[in-house]
Structures are given as C-alpha cells and as structure tokens.
Design a protein around this ligand. Structure first.
Ligand SMILES: Nc1ncnc2c1ncn2[C@@H]1O[C@H](COP(=O)(O)OP(=O)(O)O)[C@@H](O)[C@H]1O
Ligand SMILES: [Mg+2]
Length: 290
C-alpha cells in the first residue's frame, strides 16, 4: 500500500472539530428534485472543471438536458475553460441585481451554464444569505434539467461542503499523486461523517497507465474500510466510475479555450470522458438508477 495513504489516518485529522466552533455540519440537503451531481476534490487543480465541462458536453450528446453550475464561488474558472464572457453571474443573482433567468447561458457544448464570476472574497465564507441563495438557485433550476453538475471548489471548507451537500451524488476527482489521494481521503471522510453519505464515486484523472484507477480505488477503499465507518456501521463505499489518462490534448484544449470533446473528440482523454458519461448515464440517469 501507498505510504502516504496508509499514514493518513494517523496524521493530523483535518476533520476534527476546530476551536471556535469549526465547520458547521451539513447533512445532505432535503431532496431538491432532479439529479444533482457534485464534482469535487480534496486538492485543487486536479481537473474538476475540465471533467465538469466535458462530461456535460458528453451527457448532452447522449440526449440529456444538462446544466453546469459554477459552484467554486471564490475561484471560478469555468468561464475561462468555455471561453464565455458572462454579463450576469451568480454574484448578480445573489445580490439581487439580476434575475436568475438572465444568468443561465448556453455553453458551446450545447448545455446550459450559470457562471460564478471570480475573485469575490465575500464567498470564501458561508453566510446564511449565501446558503439560502444557493439553495434557491438550485431549487429553481434543477427541475428544468435531467442533470445538474456542480463544479465545486476543492477541499473541505464550509462553502465547498455546503455546495456538495446539495447534491444527491458526489463524484470525487483525484489524480494518482499521493498528495491528491491523501486530500481525497480527507474529503471523503468528511462526507461520511458530516453528510452521512454511504458512498461516493471516484474518477481518477491524469492516470498514467490503464488500470491505475482500479488500483487506486482499491487502495483508498482499504483505508476507508479500516478508518471510515458510515452511520449504518458499514465502511464508506467507493465506486470507481472511470479513469481519464494524462493527455497533452487536454492542456491544448484549455489553452485554446475549447471543450476537449469539440476540439479533439478522438483523443484518449475525450474517449475516456465519453465512457465516463456512458457510466454516469447508465448508473445515475436512468429511471431505476442505482
Ligand atoms: N487528463 C488530463 N491530462 C492532462 N492535463 C490535464 C488533465 N486534466 C486536467 N489537466 C490540466 O490541469 C489543469 C487544471 O484543471 P482544472 O479542471 O482547472 O482543475 P480544478 O477545476 O480541479 O482546479 C487543466 O487546465 C489542464 O491543463
Ligand atoms: Mg475548477
């Protein structure tokens, strides 16, 4: 077993209550209606926005009505990846300057997006108004789509955990790097304890070899079996949803500010995204979804 992983639980416990109250627990929010999938990660820069945008395009091609909600409120960059220059962002909606309808725009892949706008420090803390505005946006929009993807921030801050709590399913993106895996472990542990989730789904991005993802899922599951028990007394279950190889065409697409699914649909990473979309479709978006 990977050293970094096996030593994680004994190391500093990122989920322990913090002095001064610490993060408020967020149970999974009451059913909002519609399928809401949070795309999240322990560590930043692992590919959440890349996966969210391209998965949205792939699900759209499969015939679904898809919305991506930029939920990385402070450090949003979905607009950059999609080359969009929104006049109206979530910030305008939250502050009452524009109606929600005007913030919904069409992305190049044929799906809808609501962008957050970047660099707003007021969203680094979860205030009651951010909480209720966020919930309101999702309650209004989710019923209009087959699936909503939340492109969240990384880590276990209040704002990130709150947005994840609004989702019915969680897709954790991790790379094979030990730092990404230990951070993924910490985040998954919080999702078991605070949100009382019984399972989360894992996508291994920037995989070096085929089979990496299965091996990593197995390693992480072993650590969860030992250290993270859910409310039912069962270990937190990790469901491997797919691997996306490290592929230079991803960077190329980002540099050109195009979706990989459009720029290079035949690339290895694009094919992997299409496979991931097929799995998300069959396991989560069919009427008798598991
Ligand atoms: N499969 C991949 N292969 C190569 N580079 C990748 C891959 N996935 C992501 N990247 C690179 O990582 C960068 C960060 O990805 P991004 O989606 O913005 O991360 P996050 O949203 O998690 O912070 C991308 O701009 C891209 O250059
Ligand atoms: Mg991002």
């Amino acid at each position: 077993m990977n050293d970094a992983l096996s030593s994680t639980p004994a190391a500093s416990d990122a989920t322990a209550p913090q002095p001064g109250g610490g993060p408020q627990p967020h149970a999974i929010a009451p059913a909002i209606g519609g399928r809401i999938i949070a795309v999240t990660s322990g560590k930043g820069g692992v590919g959440k926005t890349f996966v969210s945008a391209n998965l949205a395009a792939a699900l759209t091609r499969r015939g679904h009505r898809v919305l991506v909600l930029d939920s990385d409120l402070g450090l949003a960059n979905l607009d950059v990846v999609l080359n969009l220059h929104p006049k109206i962002t979530l910030h305008d909606v939250f502050t009452g300057r524009a109606p929600l309808e005007e913030a919904v725009i069409q992305a190049p892949g044929g799906f809808s997006v609501v962008l957050a706008g970047s660099g707003m420090v007021e969203y680094s803390r979860l205030t009651p108004s951010v909480r209720s505005e966020f919930l309101n946006v999702l309650r209004t929009l989710a019923p209009r789509y087959d699936v909503v993807l939340l492109d969240t921030g990384a880590g276990i801050s209040d704002v990130v955990l709150y947005s994840v709590s609004l989702a019915s399913e969680v897709l954790v993106v991790a790379t094979p790097e030990p730092t990404s895996l230990t951070d993924a472990y910490a985040a998954i542990k919080v999702l078991a304890k605070q949100q009382k989730r019984q399972h989360v789904r894992l996508v291994v991005n920037q995989a070096a070899r085929p089979g990496d993802g299965r091996a990593i899922t197995g390693q992480l599951q072993q650590v969860l079996n030992r250290f993270v028990t859910t409310d039912t007394g069962e270990p937190m279950r990790l469901i491997h949803m797919g691997d996306i190889p490290a592929d230079p065409s991803v960077r190329d697409a980002v540099m050109r500010r195009q979706l990989l699914m459009q720029h290079m649909p035949g690339s290895q990473a694009a094919l992997a995204i299409a496979q991931l979309a097929a799995k998300v479709d069959s396991t989560l978006l069919q009427p008798a979804g598991s």
